[in-house]
Design a protein. Structure first.
Length: 261
């Protein structure tokens, strides 16, 4: 059976058509709302396009996609020597986003890797300037310091560091036991101080009461009667009668006078 057209001629016509369709498909790019395209023309920066439909001229223009969403960077644990010579491991999480796609592509190679490496060195430098107690008690200040330094240095890359959070500060077992002993000693010290302050206040009040009672004999008698009432109210077969000390003084003076006679 003979075909009404020439097969070699059809094949020769289809190849250019397929190439043209492929180039046309390559020319159309669709960028999402959170994406931008950095377009270069003959190797030179031309403009930032997107979102939506973007047309790129084949062989003349090239486009690099940039994601503008906030990214989460998990900084791996870093070995840090604190200012008081304590070895700790510190890791953190960093939130950042690209604010200027042009700078993020042109000013630095692989801005994600560059930001990660800078975050590790900055974390070691900032944490190493603090003592262990400051690391544990002043995390907010350390977070702010790391964020400020990172934001200043990544600003030239078109990147904004929005937040930094320390996740863990890990100590070896020896330091954990030492901190536990220190905390226990601190609790004992506070307990002893509170006990001593209570004794001091009680002694001061007793001294004031003794001064008042010594100047008012009738008050001393009322105190004796109150003590007798308390003893009588208890279930005891023994009753102790308090004797005023002035009786002993009078008895001593009388005895001395008789001895002189």
């Amino acid at each position: 059976m003979l075909f009404p057209f020439d097969i070699p001629a059809l094949t020769g016509f289809a190849i250019p058509v397929l190439i043209a369709l492929a180039l046309l498909g390559y020319s159309f790019r669709i960028l999402r709302e959170y994406e931008r395209g950095v377009v270069f023309m003959l190797g030179r920066f031309w403009k930032v396009k997107g979102p939506g439909l973007v047309i790129v001229v084949p062989f003349i223009q090239q486009m690099v996609r940039v994601d503008l969403r906030t990214r989460v960077l998990d900084v791996p644990p870093q070995d840090v020597i604190s200012r008081d010579n304590v070895s700790v491991q510190v890791n953190a999480v960093i939130y950042y986003r690209v604010m200027d796609p042009e700078k993020a592509i042109i000013q630095v190679e692989h801005y994600n890797i560059a930001t990660s490496e800078l975050a590790q060195t900055t974390l070691r430098s900032v944490v190493g300037q603090h003592e262990l107690d400051e690391m544990l008690a002043e995390r907010t200040k350390i977070n702010a310091d790391v964020q400020r330094i990172l934001d200043e240095q990544t600003g030239a890359w078109g990147i904004k560091v929005s937040n930094v959070e320390l996740k863990h500060i890990d100590l070896n077992e020896i330091m954990v036991r030492a901190i536990a002993k220190q905390a226990e000693a601190e609790r004992l010290r506070r307990a002893k101080i509170i006990d001593a302050e209570g004794e001091q206040q009680a002694a001061e009040k007793l001294a004031e009461a003794g001064t008042i009672l010594s100047g008012r004999p009738e008050a001393m008698q009322l105190r004796y009667l109150g003590a007798l009432q308390n003893i009588a109210g208890e279930r005891s077969s023994t009753i102790v009668f308090p004797i005023p000390m002035d009786l002993f003084e009078r008895f001593g003076r009388a005895t001395a006078a008789k001895s002189e006679d």
